[in-house]
Ligand binder design. Sequence first.
Ligand SMILES: [Zn+2]
Length: 269
Amino acid sequence: MQRPFAELAVSLFAEPALSKAKGPFEAERTGSERFASGRANRLRITGIHGVNFLSIRNANRMGRYGMDQKDLELLEKSAAAVRPKDPTEEYFREIIRSLGEDPTRQGLDRTPRRVAKSLRYLTSGYHQDLDKVLNGALFDVAYDEMVIVKDIEIFSLCEHHLLPFFGRCHVAYIPDKKVIGLSKIPRLVDVFAHRLQVQERLTRQIAETLMEKIRPHGVAVVIEARHLCMIMRGVEKQNSVAMTSAMLGVFRDEHRTREEFLTLVHGPR
Ligand SMILES: [Zn+2]
């Protein structure tokens, strides 16, 4: 009896050895007994997790593998069935359902996967090693004037509503024989912004980390941000900006230093 291609594909994907495999691999099956006669007698599947059937989507190739559109759909379904489930993705499917929507309808069917992926990126700061990010970019320099990096763009997620807050961050420090590569400061800001945050803590964490890593005479951090949880929910006027600051060392103790920083950031008042 001839086995239709798609049926074969289903059984192939159902093989425990394949469905349990972690990471990309290649499965190759040869032999006409495994394929409907007259169709391709050779199938190569690369990487079950990201099975990319797009590459065999075009008609030529489908023809070469002896597949028609129906075969392809079945094959994709079987691949989806054995792909290890991502819990985050599954939860979002449920959330969409609980909101009264149909997570299987076109437009929404791939949303859980996209949301899970984007959330993982937006919270990637939890898994970043600060020392790796700073990568020893500390230099001995006989410079003891204020160093300022202004207008660093920040995007973060408020931990109360999981809605974005975004704006600008200004960082200053007064070196004590050591400076840090300027480009490292925005990266450090990102490590903390890419977490579930409240603006006050974000401000403080940036300041304290710089204090600890550079051991300067002082650190100042100001963040001005707009919170979608305020703006979209109509809690506050649309243009309101939340400002937070953290002043450590000389910025806290010396009024003049603090004023100099604020003037450089905001202009004279
Ligand atoms: Zn909020």
